[in-house]
Design a protein around this ligand. Sequence first.
Ligand code: SAH
Ligand code: SF4
Ligand code: F3S
Length: 459
Amino acid sequence: MENLSFNEYISLVSEKIGKRDYPMTACVHSYGCQLNFSDGEKIKGMLMKMGFGFTEEPEKADLVIFNTCAVRENAEDRVFGNLGNLKRLKEDNPEMIIGLCGCMAELENVVERIKKSYPYVDIVFGTSALDRLPKLIYQKLSGSKRTVEVGEYNMPVEGLSQLRDSSFKASVPIMFGCNNFCTYCIVPYVRGRERSRRFEDIINEVEKLVQTGYKEIMLLGQNVNSYGKDLEDGISFSELLRRINNIDGEFIIRFMSSHPKDAGKELIDTIISCDKVEKHLHLPVQSGSNDILKRMNRNYTVGQYLETINYARSFISDFSFTTDIIVGFPNESDEDFEETLDLMKTVGYDNIYSFIYSKRSGTKAAVMEDKITDKEKSRRMTRLLALQREISTEKYKRFIGRTLRVLVDGKGKSEGFMTGKSREAVIVEFEGDESLIGKFIDVKITAAKNWAVTGEIIK
Ligand code: SAH
Ligand code: SF4
Ligand code: F3S
């Protein structure tokens, strides 16, 4: 098959689709982290250019793409189950194209299993092969058999059109891959080494987003604080934040994730001095035990972690922190777990994202001895969640009486209520209507719950 450019393949597919009696529709389902959802938006952007319409239901689609996550091995079976369900649909509609991409597509055993047992999966492409999608679809529409494009972590191509899920919140990846090799984590194996986007490309993208009305810019990377270390222009993550902060307009800059070993004083100074940067830091600690942190290969101690927390709080005494915690890492002792609970109390996180350790083959932790039972792990998780509910309720009380600037997100849980997020990354509920979605408003806080604060709009 000839080797044409990206745009030539887009035109060829669009020509083919244009000649059909009925339009082609695509169903793209993304799983996992925000970086993967951002890839999903790029996939949809390319499909839109090729002339596809969209549906959320695989039953109504001519092209189904599962954009997968590989963090939890036990989620693999669900993906294979979903693929299995498509077999019947494809029998009814033999022209249906089925694709698998994302992080699972980078795993050899997954590709082998597809080749062996899922003959009706037509295209498989890895996390670094997004821009090859038009070619893969063209080949498929031209009658070729299955194609698999994985491996080779190149710098992703710039300028792919993107069909964004929101008209006011935008994800902007600033770097891809990860160099950290935490022992429990598969990400470095499925996303390759760290590659930073050129600073000019990021600034251009953010400028355009702000000009078209975007109000929240979420900068994404597995470890945003190592942004730029692979480039020669000397622009660090803090410098990038400062330069984005200089772009005109009212918008908020958020970012994740920060690795505690790289998030230090300069980052805190930047957050404090840049008015558009959220006054909040998501700082995944994973465990409150130095022994576990060492076995996780996290490269910091609890003491060093607390130094960053204390430094931030020397400027803003109630500076907001959130974190990720893994419960039940191999052979996590009662004492290790208690240390995690102690750390949660010491820091007083506004919110945490907690995960029961899930063994992931291919990682170092997968071969570590683990005598802790699943029952014990769930018991620990229950305790941890109960403690965090207490902490959150207590912490959120500090906002009562204060006025928070909130970007309105959507409908709240109760009728007539809306929700949004403040600069401190706190969820705020208030009475209002849908006309406020995507706007900044001021809300005077009157009460605290264990997951949000509530208040009244100030006109
Ligand atoms: N790069 C980010 C997070 C990537 S994955 C960071 O370093 O913070 C998101 C979260 O999933 C991790 O923070 C971790 O808490 C969790 N996680 C990753 N692998 C896991 C596993 N094998 N079992 C349970 N949780 C895991
Ligand atoms: Fe995974 Fe650690 Fe990299 Fe985060 S920093 S993606 S947890 S290896
Ligand atoms: Fe994200 Fe899951 Fe891949 S967390 S990077 S989608 S393995």
